[in-house]
Design a protein around this ligand. Structure first.
Ligand SMILES: *Cc1c(COP(=O)(O)O)cnc(C)c1O
Length: 244
């Protein structure tokens, strides 16, 4: 157990960080002439405890992102126990997804941002059918540099994967997602993702969401139409563990 004053201090830190992230989102929207309500803040809480998630939920953050199933599934249970009657947040799975984790992820995620192959479409759809949960929102993760180690489907295969998602009634095609390649101009990546999003929307008008932008670059993503910014470090602090 942490002492009460530690809890208070952590809460104050999160209040301050959340205020500054919200202000940055508002400024980015103003600069892009966009309504701030069109940008959803997904707080990426990987490596941070359930107590931080609960504090964020109490502060009005309703979208929580996680990138590893093992950590996430335990945290989901802990958060629900701590929240009691308070409605649970929507859990977004944002990390690389192994096919053998689909069943577990389908038990708690309301959105998966990292679908990059048809095997995941099949496995997620079947898991949702079996567990009877409402359709899961799906973002097709695009590889902007075609590096297979970083996840994402190559640009020329996005359309087919989007079709495969849209064909499943257990899944709801929401849009596209990307992480700009390391060492490249993030803004150019977001501009490219916006083009890819337009092509997907030509075929699937409902898939109008773009998951793009992290702590260091979400202003540029908002400028290029991001509807879901995935923010960890700027809200919770620097992580000890290194995540790919
Ligand atoms: C960790 C992570 C984030 C958050 O990154 P920060 O730089 O800490 O804001 C966003 N998206 C994905 C896919 C992540 O794994």
């Amino acid at each position: 157990m942490t002492a009460p004053h530690d809890d208070e201090r952590r809460r104050a830190e999160l209040v301050t960080a959340l205020g500054s992230v919200r202000a940055r989102i508002a400024d980015a929207c103003a600069a892009a002439d966009r309504d701030p309500n069109t940008v959803t803040l997904v707080a990426v809480t990987k490596t941070y405890p359930a107590s931080d998630v609960v504090t964020l939920v109490q502060l009005g953050v309703h979208h929580i992102g996680e990138s590893r199933d093992q950590e996430a599934s335990a945290k989901v249970r802990d958060v629900q126990a701590l929240l009691g009657d308070t409605p649970a947040p929507a859990w977004h799975f944002v990390g690389r997804l192994q096919s053998r984790k689909c069943r577990s992820v389908a038990a708690y995620a309301s959105a998966v941002h990292s679908v990059d192959r048809s095997e995941l479409v099949d496995k997620l759809a079947r898991a949702i059918e079996a567990n009877g949960r409402p359709p899961v929102e799906i973002f097709v993760q695009v590889s902007l540099d075609a590096d297979p180690n970083r996840g994402g489907v190559p640009v020329d295969a996005v359309a087919d994967l989007a079709d495969a998602v849209a064909a499943r009634q257990q899944l709801r095609l929401r849009g596209v997602m990307a992480v700009p390649p390391l060492g490249t101009d993030a803004e150019a990546g977001f501009a490219r993702l916006a083009e890819i999003s337009r092509a997907v929307r030509d075929q699937h008008p409902e898939a109008d969401a773009i998951s793009a932008g992290m702590s260091d670059d979400f202003e540029a993503a908002v400028k290029h139409g991001s509807t879901h910014v995935r923010v960890g470090t700027a809200l919770l602090g620097r992580r000890r563990q290194i995540f790919s």
